[in-house]
Write a protein that binds this ligand. Structure first.
Ligand code: ADP
Length: 843
């Protein structure tokens, strides 16, 4: 009880809305707080305040089902209990939350809400007088009102009877005895109701009983029921005082008030800190011997700890995690290869090679019934369906799916957890993931393994290696758990944008499956088969309400997105759906108000569909919703001066076109390079210049004043726009040569041609990687012809037939052939101006 006779609670109280239990005046209850509003209340009010008043808050039961709890404020229960926060403990595991210990003072009712954010503040009216708590025990109600006096007398006697049945050697019971004698009678219903076994609903009834008489009437049956129940138990279990003590087990560490006598053991619902329940759970968790031993030891410590100790919460959290982990819970695999094939096909358009390989992988897995073997790693640009395929694999196997994002992870404890000795320690992502899925054989998608970082906190890749190694992962030890967990049943799949930055040791464990970008046609198909139906569903729309024709999809793809995958395409479709959803709901409103106008017995109108359904998205509507196109066909515009050539680059995000620009000015033969460069790019530039100088005569290349050495009295400036990765430098070789040849000859490069290839000093063209992605990028940009190294010819087979039909390909073995193809009508001095051009058209 608090001191200070005649205390008035402040007329404005911050309110704590809680699902957990009901606080009654005179009792002390522990609340766990994690909703945003309540968290703000703690951090901005309780932790900042300095006066006694600032520790007084209102606790209002939130009667809304927590499952359906949303951000908006529920209708508040009309009565709450003002209380003093006597302790605040903060913790950030499993998520940030506070634990508050609050002692109830008196009832209040809410008269008006002052604000809802960041926490609820309300104008309140105090309903109980606090003076009454100060009056001596014998005083009070008994004397003045006959009926009330009788009731309170009855209640007191019942309480005494209950006490008589309890074991006085238990400290809490002794305290109850003391309080019963010293507390004013009118406080008894609240105090007793919060102490004996009552459900939250019953406590709510007591809370709502504002008149004292009503309160006695509500609480008395609960008390008598408790006595009856106890009598019954004692009758059935007459096997000595020991057993009785167990029956009447009183919570360990309990300090009156606020603790309940746990009279009926079956009922273990609403109070979380029962170590007995926890102990049962520990035994029921089916954990291995070693883990069990650790748990029992921790449990023993927990029992000895006072609850107010911060370590209590830590140990408790640890044990809660241990019992929740799926030590031996798993789902049953249900793999039917034929069904798997259908499922993969239904979920994903195109990507045949990948789907085939995944099926093989699954089939082998089935035959061998073991998971040892390489880990699949899908490598490709964003939005090409890597995650989505992973999810399908889980579905075909009937397993749980969980994605672990590794991008930017640079601390090994992200994987392996923090030791429990650290403040804020927690398990790593693997163990957390297992807890989330609740089974020990999920599919874990290790997303973006190429973006793992490294830092002083240790190398996460090394930790990951341990997770993936079948020789080690059956006894993976998370630092937080500190006991081994068997990961051998987990199916790991990795994704990455590029293999270049995957740590080699990790790459070694994986089988890389390339997932290239999509062509325009594939994207249209994907949009109409998957993305549009999905987005419609997500926005609660039907095809009867929204229609996006193929031409529109094509415009979105070419004018509003420039990507290898379909992610921003999906986003744009989402934007269209949102815009249409607004229209549709507006339509709803109109029809509703119309329906209000009495129409007589006219036939019912179709309320769901306003007249102009479906809404058709044409290019005008597209402009309204998405704004002006983001990309114009700009390629040809840039070829108005000599010294520009279009190269093709490979990036982890897919292929890209890349303009290489050159200019020259008077100088001393210096070469300046700007833009995205690596040393490799510089080398290519020097190679190109040397070759051109050596062959200047053949190709009639000159300097600015027509001299035979292109570099004489001239400075050259080469610019590479950002985009390509450094490693891809060499493949710009042919582009640099073409660009410079254009500059030195004053001729324009064909504006509809793009190229890639590495060069040698002797003018040979060497093969490069990423042909499919590069060609797709060229195609996206509207290029008509692609020059590529002769030895890359075989890569063209991977291209979709329509692209092969639409584009011209020149396969060049040397620079002579490149130059000849890159300029309109050939290049003067090239061998092919004398022989046939090397054009392999329409493969
Ligand atoms: P990633 O993991 O490669 O970045 P996602 O798997 O997140 O890409 O794919 C982005 C979106 O595109 C998802 O909604 C996915 O279903 C869809 N998607 C990608 N490729 C295909 C495809 N071939 N068929 C159907 N949908 C696809």
């Amino acid at each position: 009880m608090t001191s200070g006779g005649g205390i008035q609670i402040p007329s404005r109280l911050p309110l704590l809305l809680t699902h957990e239990g009901v606080l009654l005046p005179g009792s002390t209850v522990r609340f766990s707080v994690d909703s945003p509003r309540n968290m703000h209340l703690v951090s901005q009010r309780l932790l900042r305040g300095t006066s006694l008043k600032s520790t007084i808050i209102g606790v209002i039961p939130n009667t809304r089902d927590p499952e359906h709890d949303t951000d908006d404020l529920p209708t508040l229960h009309k009565i709450g209990t003002a209380g003093i926060a006597v302790q605040v403990v903060g913790s950030n595991w499993p998520k940030p939350h506070y634990t508050l210990l609050i002692t109830g003072l008196c009832r209040f009712s809410v008269s008006s809400l002052l604000k809802e954010r960041p926490f609820v503040l309300a104008e309140v009216v105090q309903l109980d007088k606090l003076e009454q708590y100060m009056s001596p025990a014998t005083d009070g109600v008994a004397t003045d009102d006959g009926q009330l006096g009788e009731l309170s007398q009855k209640f007191y006697q019942a309480a005494v009877q209950l006490l008589g049945m309890l074991d006085m050697s238990v400290p809490v019971v002794a305290k109850f005895r003391r309080l019963l004698d010293s507390l004013p009678r009118e406080t008894l219903p609240d105090v007793v109701a919060s102490m004996i076994r009552t459900s939250n609903k019953e406590k709510l009834q007591v809370l709502d009983a504002v008149s004292l008489e009503e309160r006695f009437k509500k609480a008395l049956p609960m008390l008598t029921r408790q006595i009856e129940g106890l009598k019954l138990l004692q009758k059935t279990r007459k096997t000595g005082p020991d057993n009785e003590k167990r029956v009447l087990s009183v919570r360990k560490g309990g300090v009156f008030p606020g603790r309940q006598f746990n009279l009926d053991e079956e009922d273990e619902d609403d109070d979380g800190d029962d170590t007995a329940v926890l102990e049962r759970k520990v035994h029921g968790a089916n954990m291995p011997e070693a883990a069990l031993r650790v748990c029992l030891k921790e449990l023993k410590r927990l029992k000895k700890m006072p609850q107010s100790m911060p370590e209590y919460a830590l140990t408790r959290n640890y044990l809660d995690l241990m019992v929740e982990l799926p030590w031996s819970k798993s789902t049953k695999d249900c793999l039917d290869i034929r069904a798997a094939r259908t499922l993969l096909d239904n979920d994903h358009y195109a990507m045949d090679k990948l789907k085939r390989r995944v099926l093989e992988y699954l089939a082998v897995r089935q035959l061998k019934t073991s998971l040892k073997g390489p880990i699949l790693c899908f490598v490709g640009p964003p939005g090409v369906g890597k995650t989505s395929v992973g999810r399908s694999i889980a579905r075909t196997l009937g397993r749980e799916f969980h994605r672990i994002a590794l991008g930017g992870v640079c601390d090994q404890s992200d994987i392996r957890g923090h030791r429990r000795t650290y403040v804020g320690s927690m398990p790593g992502r693997i163990i957390n993931g297992l807890k989330t899925v609740g089974v020990n054989n999920p599919v874990f998608l290790l997303d973006e393994v190429d973006k793992l970082g490294k830092s002083l906190q240790g190398d996460p890749a090394a930790a990951l290696l341990e997770v993936l190694d079948p020789e080690q992962n059956h006894s993976f030890t998370d630092h937080y758990l500190n006991v081994a967990f068997d990961l051998s049943q987990v199916l790991f799949i990795a994704t990455a944008n590029t293999t270049a930055t995957i740590p080699p040791a990790l790459l070694d464990r994986m089988e890389v499956l390339q997932v290239p970008g999509y062509t325009q046609e594939e994207k249209v198909e994907i949009a109409h088969r998957h993305l549009i139906p999905n987005q419609l569903e997500q926005h609660g729309l039907t095809p009867q309400q929204l229609h996006i024709p193929q031409e529109t999809t094509q415009i979105i793809i070419s004018r509003y997105t420039r990507e290898a995958g379909v992610r921003s395409l999906e986003r744009k479709i989402g934007a269209i759906c949102r815009a249409v959803a607004v229209k549709v709901t507006e339509g709803h409103r109109v029809t509703k108000t119309e329906a209000l106008i009495p129409e007589g017995p006219a036939e019912p109108r179709d309320k769901a569909a306003p007249p102009e359904m479906p809404i058709l998205i044409d290019h005008m509507a597209l402009k309204d919703i998405l704004g002006l196109p983001l990309f114009e066909m700009e390629v040809s515009e840039r070829f108005t001066l000599p010294g520009v050539a279009l190269g093709l680059a490979w990036t982890p995000l897919g292929g890209e076109i890349m303009f290489v620009e050159a200019s020259r000015m008077e100088g001393e033969g210096q070469l300046t390079l700007t833009g995205q460069l690596g040393d490799v790019m510089k080398e290519s530039a020097h190679l190109a210049i040397s070759w051109l100088r050596a062959n200047a005569k053949t190709y009639q290349l000159t300097n600015m004043v027509g001299g035979p050495d292109p570099l004489e009295g001239t400075d050259i400036h080469l610019h590479f726009p950002a985009g390509a990765v450094t490693k891809d430098g060499p493949s710009a070789g042919v582009t640099i040569v073409t660009c410079l040849a254009s500059l030195f000859s004053g001729r324009l490069v064909r504006s509809d041609i793009a190229m890639t290839g590495e060069i040698t000093l002797r003018g040979l063209v060497l093969p490069v990687g990423g042909i499919k992605d590069k060609v797709l990028a060229a195609y996206r940009a509207g290029v008509k012809c692609v020059i590529l190294p002769k030895r890359n010819e075989k890569d063209l087979e991977e291209l979709p037939a329509n692209i092969r039909a639409d584009l011209d390909f020149v396969t060049a073995a040397n620079l002579d052939e490149v130059l000849n193809a890159a300029f309109e009508g050939g290049f003067p001095g090239t061998a092919s101006t004398r022989t046939h051009p090397q054009l392999t058209s329409k493969l």
